[in-house]
Design a protein around this ligand. Sequence first.
Ligand SMILES: Cc1cc2nc3c(=O)[nH]c(=O)nc-3n(C[C@H](O)[C@H](O)[C@H](O)COP(=O)(O)OP(=O)(O)OC[C@H]3O[C@@H](n4cnc5c(N)ncnc54)[C@H](O)[C@@H]3O)c2cc1C
Length: 249
Amino acid sequence: MTAEAESVSDLVVIGGGAAGMTAASRARRLRPDWRITVFERGDYVSFILCGLPYYVDDVVASHESLIVYTPEFFEKERRIEVRTGHEVGRIDHERRLLEVRDLRTGRVFTHGYGKLVVALGAEAVRPRLEGIDLGNIFVLRTIEDGRRIKAALQEGGLRHGVVIGAGYVGVEMAEALTEAGLETVLIEATASVLPGIGVEIGELVERELADNGVRLHKEEMAQRLEGGQRVEGVLASGGEYPADIVIVS
Ligand SMILES: Cc1cc2nc3c(=O)[nH]c(=O)nc-3n(C[C@H](O)[C@H](O)[C@H](O)COP(=O)(O)OP(=O)(O)OC[C@H]3O[C@@H](n4cnc5c(N)ncnc54)[C@H](O)[C@@H]3O)c2cc1C
């Protein structure tokens, strides 16, 4: 980074999720005179990711219902500048400068800060399995991921779904695929769903899954994803399962 900042904010927040927007809003209450700017690389801020599985299975009709406040709300009501579609690529702590890319135009510029909050969230893990890049294999981490999964389901013609990993998101997605009418297999490496939840509640969840037609395979590891352009099956340590769509959770 060589250029001086094109503009400077008293506070910059990187990441417009729950943590970032809460920090920005709290700072506004404490410092009414500060210039506060949020850079978010995605298209949305202040979203409820917890509702994503329910958006996929149509309990929540529109992805817009998952958005609590829009950038316009933050600008108008809280005087917080929100730049969606802007990714921060580098932080120069010494000079208090950020290198920011406008993902829509490709323009790269520098923005200075007095204080900085880094609220980048987490990335979904895509295990390095053979075939992981085939079509119709998804993770669920962002609203965009949810929209991609929903679009694949709406395309129709899908009969078999496989969910890898029976944590909270995996169990919720097994429910969503079943609700969408798919024969669904849930593969879990450990001896229980929702690892850490305890035997008693785990058994209740497993019974509920079985009652709803989800075929749970515990103590199995997914080993390979098979197919041509799109995924067609999952080879696991305990068997081979047909799959028109796979969710890695
Ligand atoms: C499917 C799903 C279901 C969930 N269900 C529940 C639940 O039932 N209960 C519960 O308590 N929690 C749940 N969670 C977890 C909860 O959503 C997260 O804990 C919460 O979103 C974390 O907020 P955050 O602001 O830290 O991160 P995030 O919401 O991930 O926000 C981080 C933001 O930073 C942006 N960003 C990252 N890097 C950059 C960069 N370089 N430049 C600009 N922007 C960047 C990202 O685009 C992202 O928008 C669920 C999560 C998922 C995915």
